[in-house]
Design a protein around this ligand. Sequence first.
Ligand SMILES: C[S@@+](CC[C@H](N)C(=O)[O-])C[C@H]1O[C@@H](n2cnc3c(N)ncnc32)[C@H](O)[C@@H]1O
Ligand code: SF4
Length: 361
Amino acid sequence: MVNCVYIHIPFCEKKCHYCSFCSFPLLSYKEKYLNALVKEIKHHYKNETLNTLYIGGGTPSLLNNNEIEKILNCFNYNSNCEITIETNPNSLSLNKIIEYKNLGINRISIGVQSFDDNILKSIGRLHTKKDIYNVIEWLNKADFENYNIDLIYGLPNQSIINWEKTLDEAIMINPKHISTYGLKIEEGTYFNKNKPNNLPDENMQAEMYAILINKLKNYVHYEFSNFAQSEEYYSKHNLAYWKRNFYYGFGLSASGFIENKRYTNTFNLKEYLNNPINKTYEILSKQNEIEEEFFLGLRIKEGINFNYINKKYKINISEKYRPLFEKFISQGLMKKTKNGVKLTTKGILVSNEILCEFIDI
Ligand SMILES: C[S@@+](CC[C@H](N)C(=O)[O-])C[C@H]1O[C@@H](n2cnc3c(N)ncnc32)[C@H](O)[C@@H]1O
Ligand code: SF4
C-alpha cells in the first residue's frame, strides 16, 4: 500500500551557487507544468489515503494558493496526514502562511541556510537575515508551530564561531525541527565551476557536525542530520523514506519506490511536458534491498531491527554480519538494542566508513 507522496516543483527565482536540485527560473512554464503534473498523478495514483504529502523543490512557495489547491485536490487524506511545503524566506508572506493553514498544510520547511548576511549573499541566496525573522514573526502570528528550518554547514567563509552563532540563533528561534546539511560541491553548480575560497575542509566539516550534535542536545537527534523537539515533530514523510515505506514521486526528476522497484522521472522539462506519465524503473535485487535496510535504518535513532529484516528477506542477518557487528560494538561505534543494533554518536561521526563495510559481503 502506498501512503506517501512527494511532489516536485522545479521553479526557483534564481539558482543558488551550491544547488544541483532540478530547478530553474522558468516560471512562465508554471501552468503547463501543473497540467502535466495533474495528468501524471491521475494516471499513476490509485486513490489511496495518504499519511504524508511533501511538496518540495525547487521553491513550491512560488506557487499561488490556487495552484497549490489544484495539487492538494488530487489526493485523499487520512485525518492526521502530514502535509509539508518547502519554502524560501523571500517568497513567503503572512497571508500565504494563513492560506497554507486554511488549505490543510500543517508543516512548513524554511530554507534558512545561515543567519549571516555576508554568507547568504556569497552562496547566491536572495534572502537576508531580516527576511528570516519576518517569516518567524508571521509563523507566530498565524499560530503555525510545526515548522522546520534547513541549515548548511561547511559554507565558504564559515568559521567555527560563525557556525556556532548560526546554531545559537536557530535555538533562540526555537523551531520544532531542524534539518542540517554539510555543503557538497555538486557537479553542474556555480560553485563547481567557480571554486570558492575559504572552503572548510573535511575535518572542519566534521568538527562542525560534532558541534551541531552537542549544541542541539535539547532536541531529539532522531536521524543523522535531523533534530526535533519531540517525536510529535519528527518528519513523518522522511521517516517513511528511511523506513523504506512505499511512496509515489510525481513531477520532474521525482523518484518513487513501490514494492521492489524504484523509479525516476525525467529531468528534462520538455520531455516531461510531452509525456509526464513515463518513468524509468530499476528493479532491486534482494541484496540491494538488504543493503538499503542497513544504509537507511542505521541513519535513524532506533537503528535496524533484526527480526523485521530476517522475516522480510528470509535470512539471519545477525549471523551473516556477526564479525562486523562484533567489531563495531567493541569499538564503541555500534550499540545493541532490544531488537538489533544502532550507531552510537561516535559511530555516527564515521558512519560512511561503517556503512561501506556492509556492502556486498
Ligand atoms: C530541496 S532543497 C530546496 C529548498 C528550498 N528551495 C530552499 O532553497 O530553501 C532542500 C535543502 O537542501 C540543502 N541543499 C541543497 N543543495 C545542497 C548542497 N549542495 N549541499 C548541502 N546542502 C544542500 C539546502 O539546505 C536546502 O534548503
Ligand atoms: S537551494 Fe532552493 S532556492 Fe536555491 S536553487 Fe536550490 S531549490 Fe532553488
